[in-house]
Design a protein around this ligand. Structure first.
Ligand SMILES: [Zn+2]
Length: 70
């Protein structure tokens, strides 16, 4: 039994291999816990595409849609 990538669950064979690859990369980035650069809280998360917020200290930053570039 080949090792299955859980990130691809639900994505089926509908899309091409390259799309699935991209999706799994983005999915991992979204799931990854981030530390707020301001207070160090791990609650730092993406509010909407491109905006990252920390609920602990209200730190807000505009980053990439799927990752923080700063
Ligand atoms: Zn914070």
């Amino acid at each position: 039994m080949p090792k299955k990538n859980k990130a691809l669950k639900g994505l089926g064979q509908k899309y091409g291999a390259s799309v699935r690859k991209k999706y799994s990369r983005v999915y991992r980035l979204l799931k990854k816990k981030r530390r707020c650069p301001e207070c160090g809280s791990l609650k730092f998360k993406r509010e909407v595409a491109g905006i990252w917020v920390c609920p602990m200290c209200s730190y807000k930053v505009a980053g990439g849609a799927y990752d923080v570039t700063a």
